[in-house]
Design a protein around this ligand. Structure first.
Ligand code: GLN
Length: 550
């Protein structure tokens, strides 16, 4: 049963994409949670893909994996980090997922002989999912971020769902439009017209925004607020100025300067409890560290999903970047992350020397063969030159390959993913994956989500976590081949984390006496790093970087 008065706040975007709806939704969630409300958040992605797992990161940014195996959008990571909650697959939907359910229901005769139509059956399924997420989380407030921009064809049915829910529960459904106000350099004046048009487009979907978040280079002046109030039908005090900021973590604080949580409680007609001082102070202290940490650490990220045309897209590794930041700030350090393209090291091996200028090296997750030899050469360099190295998923597998090649002397050691003819397949396909791959069953079929892992006594891993058992999130098809474990261990590599049955190697490391930090995880620790609770392995890596710098 839904709580009687669960409130639904839809967040929609106006004028341009990338206007910060995700961070806005996360920040609104945080300030409402701070007022004692139980908040959950939903992301709606308008694409046909059933989940984000089948897309290249350069298409759509990072694939954020939930504990329950769902492969989702990076905004889900923002919600988890800002709200400090764990979300599940009910919190994520795509057009593909919604249609899939409706079609399955139709095949099962669940529509009892009715003609199943795009309207109302698709929006009704959307509404069912939104309500279910609220029930599952026992939420007072469900924030629903509708991907895309108002006026485009792609998200129309989701806006229609929101409108239908508003008709059903007029006192429980609210709308926030996050819009963009450009200041063309030649004009020199902030322009409200595009936002006025966006507001009309939203009205055309039968929806009136209750609050407008006005994103712009600079704060809004009174004149602009009055204009927007007049032409968007929103009281001036419900128009919130959201100028560009240096750190996204300032946004909840800026919102509260505009009394947004009070205004939201007023609109929703819920009791606005006094803010949770302790949590709020912790958040403020965190943002102080973001701004005041001046001593820098230079971190190299070696990857291949950065470039889109002439632009660099760090979105592909968003969680890794944030995880590095949290741990660095916790040590009062400011991380400077450089993107180094793996293929550059293949073209000019002399470039490897430049790695000496960094305090630490990270190889994040990845797929396929492009750039792999370049990455392996950087890992070798990090090992030989005692530069702290942290490998995430593929970064762990490649660490093992590097060790097998250069320490065990297995020159053609490889992963089946790159060379299916290698005689020394130190990384091989997981048993249960074989059949899936043979039948081209790629979607949502990797080893995904939460798995337990047992840590070896006295290892770097155990010392970092300070516990013997952990749970981390996974996303992979390949794993360390057990027939090489003994010989690798004999030559000094330690498998310091294993699945509870001892069969899967989850962490590989060199002992502290041999290297300041040389560790790789088969899982993705970055998905569990939170601003107020940095991830212990990232913090251990950062500490090693600090020592290296000294
Ligand atoms: N490509 C590797 C695998 O499938 C690693 C995946 C990853 O880095 N997420 O096992």
């Amino acid at each position: 049963m839904a709580k009687e008065n669960t409130k639904y706040i839809f967040v929609v975007g106006g004028v341009i994409s990338g206007v910060g709806k995700g961070i806005t939704s996360s920040s609104i969630g945080l300030i409402l949670k701070n007022r004692g409300l139980n908040v959950t958040a939903i992301k709606i992605d308008p694409y046909i893909n059933v989940d984000a797992g089948t897309m290249n990161p350069t298409e759509h940014g990072e694939v954020f994996v939930l504990g329950d195996k769902d492969e989702t959008d990076q905004d889900m990571g923002n919600y988890e980090r800002f709200l400090d909650i764990n979300l599940t697959r009910t919190n994520y939907m795509t057009t593909g997922r919604v249609y899939q359910t409706v079609i399955e229901k139709e095949r099962n005769l669940e529509y009892k002989g009715k003609c199943v139509e795009v309207v109302p059956h698709i929006p009704l399924e959307v509404v069912r999912r939104i309500k279910k997420a609220g029930v599952d989380a026992k939420a007072d407030v469900v924030i629903v971020e509708v991907g895309g921009t108002v006026g485009e064809y792609q998200n129309m049915l989701f806006l229609e769902a929101a409108r239908m829910l508003k008709i059903e529960q007029p006192h429980n459904v609210f709308f926030i439009m996050v819009s963009y106000l450009p200041t063309p350099s030649k004009v020199g004046e902030m322009k409200t017209k595009p936002t006025q048009h966006a507001s009309r487009l939203l009205n055309g979907s039968g929806i009136q925004a209750d609050i407008l978040i006005a994103r712009a280079d600079t704060p809004l002046d009174e004149k602009r607020k009055e204009k927007l109030a007049m032409f968007c039908n929103i009281p001036a005090d419900k128009i919130i100025s959201a100028p560009d900021v240096d750190s996204v973590y300032d946004i909840p604080i800026n919102f509260e300067k505009e009394k947004l949580s009070e205004k939201l409680c007023e609109i929703m007609n819920v009791v606005c409890k006094k803010p949770d001082e302790k949590r709020w102070l912790a958040w403020k202290n965190f943002t102080k560290k973001v701004h005041n940490s001046k001593d820098t650490l230079k971190i190299a990220m070696i990857g291949k999903y950065f470039e889109t045309g002439d632009f660099i897209l760090s979105d592909s590794y968003l969680s890794v970047i944030e995880a590095v930041k949290y741990s660095a700030y916790s040590q009062n350090k400011k991380p400077i992350i450089s993107w180094l393209n793996a293929t550059d090291f293949e073209k000019s091996p002399a470039k490897l020397k430049e790695l000496k200028n960094y305090d630490g090296i990270i190889v994040p997750g990845g797929f396929g063969s492009r750039g792999i030899e370049g990455i392996i050469s950087t890992i070798k360099f990090a090992r030989e030159n005692k530069i702290p190295y942290f490998g995430l998923c593929y970064g762990m597998q490649l660490l093992v390959i590097e060790y097998a090649r250069n320490i065990l002397g297995l020159k053609d050691a490889n992963t089946r993913e790159v060379n299916p003819n290698s005689k020394n397949m130190v990384i091989d396909v997981m048993e249960e994956q074989k059949e899936l791959l043979k039948n081209n069953l790629y979607g949502g079929s990797m080893r995904l989500g939460n798995y337990e892992c047992v840590l070896g006594k006295g290892t770097v891993a155990e010392n970092s976590y300070g516990s013997k058992e952990i749970i981390e999130r996974h996303r992979h098809r390949y794993e360390v081949n057990n027939s090489f474990v003994e010989s690798l261990e004999k030559k000094g590599l330690v498998f310091s984390g294993k699945s509870p049955n001892g069969k899967l190697m989850e962490i590989a490391e060199l002992p502290k006496k041999d290297h300041p930090f040389f560790l790789g995880t088969q899982f993705h620790p970055e998905f569990l790093a939170r601003p107020l609770t940095p991830h212990p392995l990232f913090t251990a890596f950062i500490k090693a970087c600090i020592n290296k710098k000294k």
